[in-house]
Design a protein around this ligand. Sequence first.
Ligand code: TRP
Length: 335
Amino acid sequence: MAEEKKTIFSGMQPSGLITLGNYLGALRNWTQLQDEYNCLYCIVDLHAITVRQDPAKLRRASKEVLMQYIAAGLDPEKNIIYYQSHVPAHAELGWILNCFTYMGELSRMTQFKEKSQKHADNINAGLFTYPVLMAADILLYQTDLVPVGEDQRQHLEIARDIAGRFNNLYGDVFRIPEAYIGKVGARVMALQQPDKKMSKSDENKNNTVALLDEPAVILSKFKKAMTDSENEVRYDPEQKPGVSNLLNIYCAVTDKTIAEAEREFANSGYGNFKVAVGEAVVEKLEPIQKKVAELDKNKDYLDQIIAMNTERASAIAYKTLRKVQKKLGFVPRVR
Ligand code: TRP
């Protein structure tokens, strides 16, 4: 018997803004997983409302994430890409798992502490139980692997704890998920503060390049990127973090090696170098942007993809949910 494919689950907030860092560091590599694994990419709109959202913007941003995923090469027939709110099992299991999660462990979550400081006027219960909904997301699909960044490790840990706790009480219901450590993509740093990672929530917009930024905007952001006072294009992340970041980006989008790039720019000043990096990025993103523009005009296609993927996700999710409900003693529904 052929070995069963493992399941990978990832959720992303529909902020719309996918950065060059997300793309080169993660998204681009995910396209190589689609044959080897069962992959689910959930656009987590239920999580998004733990902070106030403008409805029109949320709707648009959710659609933009979907389009960018497809445009970046995730095949929506091979991967299950869908909206969390379309599969009510997430909310249902989320409630159930709330009853298996302790206030104490939730209050230790770093992200809760940070977000409640940032949104002091709206410390709602959803913000507090955010990790429980995330656990439900993951556990519904009997997920083996979750690709998570540093900032989400604690949430994956609590998902594992909740699953283990439930299994101890009711038998083997949930698969215990693990972090997916894939091929490391490029680690893209903030353009003006190359000592920190490029982040979509950065308030300085010149630090981030969005996948959907206009070419002129991309070029201007690269022209303003921080370098150093040497005027020598050389890779040295310790001494020359800005230049090294630009070299990393350049090599990631052109598939050249660092040595090749160093040679190429050996005699050009930083000015030319930065323009060249910006142009290479523009060239790399152009086909993705074109594809997004096409998808944006093709509502029927997107609707059909979403409908199909919602079905596929629901089938898996409800299987787990029914099992959970039965274990808990809920009276089975008669059809
Ligand atoms: N909390 C994650 C983030 O902000 C998003 C997320 C929600 C997620 N559910 C998930 C990530 C399940 C991985 C698995 O980035």
